[in-house]
Design a protein around this ligand. Structure first.
Ligand code: ACO
Length: 379
């Protein structure tokens, strides 16, 4: 009665879509956005330019970039009533739950939320990406009992977020560090959350639903939530001298070390290499050198113990130290990932819509057949 087929658990190795946005060579540790090495972008580009690149599959010229930046800045403001709405949220809510809820809620202030033509979908993407930083900053200030700081359209995406969060001018170093983080996290092939976004939009649902689902996926500790896990781990280790026994204990108990391992990379994630330099510099500058030293020691031990199994640092490992040194609270780490990845998710949603076919894999049924229905009284 049943036919058996091979199951690719976790869809490991399955190619489920084409993309022109990012390319990953997991064996050699290479990541490119539209053919450009990630290190070249993090050294030379800005988040805004990177999003333009991902969405248009080419770098902008000066006037195109300026037009895109202006469009995004015009979208910084929150819809009417949203600040008050955030003021009603429970202060102990997790920021990822808040961001997921509020991105979904943005559909309610869109007069045409279901319009999926390319132009409309891109306009929604700009709208959501533009105001998502204010959603996070507003909620963080609400839970700290502080007044909302309105977005400043004279500022870049990175500068505006830090300004709204702290209510003061961020330093140039912090803005650039944050901008680099945004570039590095913007897109990454068909990772779980991007796949979730593409699966949802493949029903011809809507951009808000697809992004809401992607945020829900990202927060899991096996995905973007790992950066918080890394910080918990660093906090748990009292000093650099305790790293060896802590990590060896975890390995012996067969517990996973957060920030290591990847489905695709069997070499060091190139984003981890970039974030490592950033983390080292920021840790020195902000008096957190011990945090970097602990991280570096963990990496050495993991290299010795697990590199032969292809387990290396991933993007989340050094992003934890980086975000901590930028002054972000631990539960804002994954929302920061989401702010950046909204760029990648949106690009994938538009890519999916341009050549859509409903995602609908099969499950191998492994239950019984021909079971007689037992009346309630006989159960
Ligand atoms: N620490 C210790 N062992 C690990 C780790 C790790 N971080 N990652 C994988 N392994 C081991 C597993 O225990 C497993 O061992 P086994 O074969 O003896 O059972 C083997 O390596 C394969 O691991 P899987 O979890 O099956 O690999 P998969 O490709 O499904 O998962 C994943 C990849 C989820 C990222 C995994 O490496 C992991 O859980 N890492 C820790 C969480 C993390 O850092 N996630 C962020 C990933 S990057 C991102 O999403 C942004």
């Amino acid at each position: 009665m049943s036919t058996t087929s091979t199951i690719a658990k976790g869809l490991d190795g399955i190619v489920a879509a084409e993309t022109e946005m990012s390319y990953i060579d997991g064996i050699n540790g290479i990541l490119e956005y539209v053919g450009i090495r990630i290190g070249d972008l993090s050294s030379n580009s800005t988040f805004e330019e990177t999003v333009f690149l991902l969405w248009n599959r080419r770098l902008p010229n000066a006037s195109e970039l300026s037009a895109f930046v202006n469009e995004l800045r015009a979208a910084y403001a929150l819809p009417e009533g949203m600040v008050e709405r955030i003021g009603q949220l429970p202060k102990d809510a997790l920021p990822m739950h808040v961001l997921r809820t509020l991105v979904s809620e943005l559909a309610l202030s869109d007069p045409n939320p279901n319009d999926n033509n390319t132009k409309a979908a891109q306009a929604k993407a700009v709208r959501i990406l533009g105001c998502a930083p204010a959603l996070v900053a507003c909620f963080d200030r609400h839970r700290r009992g502080l007044e909302f700081v309105a977005p400043d359209p004279q500022r870049s995406f990175a500068s505006n977020f830090l300004y709204m969060l702290n209510g003061s001018d961020p330093t140039e170093t912090m803005v650039r560090a944050f901008d680099i983080c945004m570039i590095l996290h913007a897109d990454h092939g068909l990772n779980n959350s991007t796949f979730a976004a593409r699966v949802i939009i493949s029903t011809l649902s809507d951009v808000y639903s697809a992004l809401t689902g992607a945020i829900g996926s990202l927060r899991g500790p096996l995905h973007g939530g790992a950066n918080e896990g890394v910080m918990h781990m660093l906090n748990e280790i009292p000093s650099v001298d305790d790293v060896e026994s802590y990590i060896m204990g975890k390995i012996q108990r067969k517990e996973k070390i957060m920030g290591f391992g990847h489905r695709i990379y069997k070499a060091k994630d190139p984003r981890a290499t970039d974030l490592q330099s950033l983390a080292r510099k920021l840790a020195e500058d902000t008096g957190n050198a011990d945090l970097y030293e602990k991280s570096s020691r963990i990496e050495q031990i993991m290299e010795r113990e697990l590199a032969h199994r292809g387990i290396y640092p991933n993007v989340d490992f050094y992003s934890a130290t980086t975000y901590f040194c930028i002054g972000l609270k631990l539960d804002l780490f994954t929302p920061m990932f989401a702010l950046s990845r909204l760029g990648g998710w949106s690009g994938h949603i538009i890519e999916q819509l341009s050549d859509n076919r409903l995602f609908r894999p099969k499950a191998q049924y492994v239950g019984p057949h021909d079971v007689p229905y037992t009346p309630m009284d006989n159960r």
